[in-house]
Design a protein around this ligand. Structure first.
Ligand code: SF4
Length: 380
């Protein structure tokens, strides 16, 4: 699997996990739980002849139920959870003026890049696991317990726009109590193949809803699928916490866009936060080299390896770098955000319950055990 780690655009041969998922589904001793990343639902329709950006969440959920998954959940739930942890970390570091800028950590291709190229900066990325890994930990140690299932009998399958997530799921530290967070990763294209292999007519499927409790999410979670979305989601929640709720907006249009390298100054109360957003690792390198030289005045930086962020991931229907396709997918992402009644992660009632019942406080002991990780220096 070396190629998957260095090849976020999927140009090299990737590991095929379709038969692995069919085998897990056939094993009746297992509870097979599936989660779907935000970028998948605005692109998978293209595999069935729909336009880029068509939102097909309901049909996709029906297809997953038909395939035989025991529970169809949403990575967006865990994106809300990521924001709870990451906003907490961000506020803490900004208020104490330490280890700035904070860098987002949900893109495994980017994580691997900085481990190889910038080992002297390993303490500045957020310690948050990526959303699908958080999801795996919560499924196995919270949901399974609720359902009286042994975590060892639970299989977590992630449907991702991403090829690098396959390598990420095999990182040995992404586990708890000897149980891996995520068992199998398939891409958007692989899910499309499974739907075709099962003989379903995707376009004719009715809509269904995600299962609960790990299927509920905010609009903030959905925008993780596009460049600028993770930092915007974090800003929404951080602004409420920093101002005690006296916010005048939810949308941060200043961090949106498709350019590979962007910056914005965001005012929250008395604070002026300098934000940078990069998609593409070449752009990330420029930012990191400035930090290394002490020439950076950013508070927070979002970095995604793929063009446009995860909507342009290497596991998506092929887009050949066509900016028009990526823009349409981004529109789909923002349309879902706008359509949600809850648009900030901390308002997700199931997230609130999860902290009350199980996790305690953001950044607390249990959260650290299950939701945070470490980075390692790697050979160049
Ligand atoms: Fe995967 Fe998204 Fe990173 Fe691309 S930007 S490598 S799809 S996590």
């Amino acid at each position: 699997g070396q190629c998957v780690a260095v090849c976020p655009t999927g140009a090299l041969v990737e590991i095929d996990n379709v038969s692995k998922v069919w085998n897990e589904l056939a094993d009746k001793s297992k509870t097979v739980v599936v989660q779907v990343a935000p970028a998948v639902r605005v692109a998978i329709g293209e595999l069935f002849g729909l336009e880029p950006g068509a939102v097909v969440t309901g049909k996709m959920v029906t297809a997953l139920k038909n395939l035989g998954f025991s529970y169809v959940f949403d990575t967006n739930f865990a994106a809300d959870l990521t924001i709870m942890e990451e906003a907490h970390e961000m506020i803490n570091r900004i208020q104490n003026n330490k280890k700035l800028p904070i860098l987002t950590s949900c893109c495994p291709a980017w994580v691997k890049f900085f481990e190889h190229q910038f080992p002297d900066l390993l303490d500045i990325p957020s310690s948050c696991k990526s959303p699908h890994e958080m999801f795996g930990a919560i499924t196995k140690h919270y949901f399974a317990k609720k359902m009286n299932i042994d975590p060892k009998d639970v299989v977590v399958v992630s449907v991702m726009p991403c090829v690098a997530k396959k390598y990420e799921a095999e990182r040995p530290e992404l586990e708890y109590g000897g149980v891996k967070d995520v068992d199998v990763v398939i891409t958007t294209r692989e899910l499309g193949r499974m739907i075709k292999e099962a003989g379903m007519n995707f376009l004719m499927l009715e809509d269904s809803e995600y299962d609960n409790p790990l299927g509920e999410s905010s609009g903030a979670a959905q925008i993780f699928g596009t460049t600028g979305g993770v930092i915007e989601a974090a800003l929404r929640t951080a602004a409420v916490q920093l101002t005690g709720g006296a916010i005048d907006k939810i949308d941060y249009n200043e961090v949106r866009g498709m350019e590979g390298l962007r910056e914005a100054t965001v005012e929250i109360g008395d604070l002026k936060l300098n934000i940078a957003i990069a998609n593409g690792l070449g752009n990330a390198r420029t930012l990191l080299e400035n930090i290394r030289k002490g020439k950076s005045n950013y508070h927070a930086i979002e970095i995604m390896a793929c063009p446009g962020g995860c909507i342009g991931g290497g596991g998506q229907p092929y887009h050949h770098g066509d900016l028009e396709i990526l823009k349409e997918r981004a529109k789909g992402v923002y349309a879902i955000d706008q359509s949600q009644s809850i648009r900030m992660s901390h308002e997700n009632p199931y997230i609130q319950d999860l902290y009350k019942e199980f996790l305690g406080e953001p950044g607390g002991e249990m959260a650290h055990k299950l939701l945070h990780t470490k980075y390692f220096e790697r050979e160049k």
